[in-house]
Design a protein around this ligand. Structure first.
Ligand code: CTP
Length: 395
């Protein structure tokens, strides 16, 4: 951890005293730790304990030195943030976007990996509102170190104890190692559907929402990469800290890809590009006549194949949405489009579209294969980037 900059948030639970031992361990391992405490945490343990351990100022209030805007500075200078303990109240505030003290304000402004080590009474932890707040934060990219079962302050046993120090240190080390590997890397991601108009108010499109691309872009940005997201029409929000290029048609995506994606270190094509577009686009709205109409379709350019032809040293990853013979078809696309790897998903009955769970298998080379499993798209994004990390390190 030599020289690693760690932002350590401490919120007001009895486990706050354990954050002092953790701080000492991190400092002994060479980390530079900035501690931010909530007012409630200061009732359990004093700032003096942390400032003595870190030999740095400890921050509590937004108003200590407002001219320095400490919430933005502290979180910008850090490589990773950990909150230990993270109380039910802190988790609820983050889930709702409430920023009413220095810690929540800083975390809301964070563009770095944020790890929350939940610790609270077991009934509070099990309560559906806490669980749904945790779920919401996970989807937004927060990592959780789950509490452990054991003796609680209420003199009962249950799940709610702050995770053991080694687990917290491991989570920090993992986040720092990932940042090391992705720092300075340029990542380009295509995502979402395309729309192919046949008059000013009608178009052909598909069920893609761009959720996979958004999850991948957010995860790559958290790992420290410079990310360009080339995104088709979707109602989903693009992640913060990412350069977003909005496109509508396949042709626009093609043009954007050649200017923004070509030459990136890693290119991931998740876009569900329409393979055809209406050959003739009416300049004015088509009115019904009681008769059917024939729409002639012309082929669209293949964005990924074009990137494959200009691949250079980029690591090029495609997606294959298949309804049958999944892996055989995907391997054929891998070869035909000059890809380094392809992630296969099963889209029978529109599975794989939207923000829910997905299942992916990654294929590469002649017979490389890894099941990334079935999980939420943010979790699958992390697993896919882990796999890319390994494949690029050995190529
Ligand atoms: N792709 C692309 N441009 C296209 C079509 C597909 O960039 N015009 C990319 C997708 O983003 C995906 C990969 O190619 O990464 C495979 O997409 P898929 O729709 O599964 O395959 P197609 O090439 O359309 O082939 P087929 O119609 O035979 O399934």
């Amino acid at each position: 951890m030599n020289g690693a900059r760690i932002f350590l948030g401490v919120s007001g639970g009895i486990a706050a005293y354990k954050a002092a031992a953790l701080t000492s361990t991190l400092v002994q391992r060479g980390a530079v730790v900035d501690v931010v405490m909530t007012a409630e945490a200061e009732r359990f343990i004093t700032p003096l304990t942390f400032s003595s351990l870190t030999a740095r100022p400890v921050y509590g209030s937004l108003w200590d030195a407002p001219e320095r805007i400490p919430h933005i500075r502290l979180i910008r200078e850090a490589q990773v943030a950990l909150v230990a303990p993270a109380t039910a109240n802190l988790i609820a505030k983050l889930a709702a976007g409430i920023a009413d003290d220095l810690l929540t304000t800083a975390l809301l402004a964070a563009r770095i990996p944020c790890i929350l080590a939940a610790a609270m009474n077991d009934a509070m932890y099990a309560d559906p509102v806490t669980q749904s707040n945790i779920e919401a934060l996970r989807t937004r990219g927060y990592e959780f170190v789950d509490p452990e079962r054991g003796f609680l302050a209420e003199r009962e046993r249950g799940v709610g104890r702050l995770a053991a120090e080694e687990r917290l240190v491991e989570a920090l080390e993992r986040a720092l190692a990932r940042k090391q590997r992705w720092r300075g890397k340029r990542v380009a991601i295509t995502g979402g559907p395309t729309r192919e108009p046949f008059d000013p108010v009608r178009f052909l499109s598909n069920a893609s929402t761009g959720a996979t691309a958004i999850a991948l872009a957010a995860e790559a940005a958290r790992r420290g990469a410079a990310v360009s997201l080339l995104l088709g029409p979707t109602l989903l929000e693009a992640p913060a800290g990412v350069d977003v290029v909005r496109v509508t048609t396949a042709q626009q995506l093609y043009d954007a890809a050649l200017s923004h994606a070509a030459g990136a270190d890693v290119i991931i094509a998740t876009a569900a590009v329409a393979d055809w577009r209406p050959a003739h686009v009416s300049a004015s709205k088509l009115h019904k006549t009681g008769e059917g109409i024939d729409v002639q379709l012309a082929p669209n350019p293949d964005v990924l194949a074009a990137l494959g032809e200009r691949k250079g040293s980029s690591f090029l990853v495609g997606f294959a949405a298949e309804t049958d013979d999944h892996e055989v078809r995907a391997r054929e696309k891998l070869r035909r489009k000059h890809l380094d790897a392809i992630a296969v998903n099963d889209v029978r009955n529109e599975r794989g579209f939207g923000t829910g769970e997905n299942s992916l298998v990654l294929l590469w080379g002649d017979d490389g294969r890894r099941e990334l499993g079935t999980a939420r798209k943010d979790e699958l994004a992390a697993r896919l980037l882990d796999a890319i990390e390994e494949l690029t390190a050995c190529s």
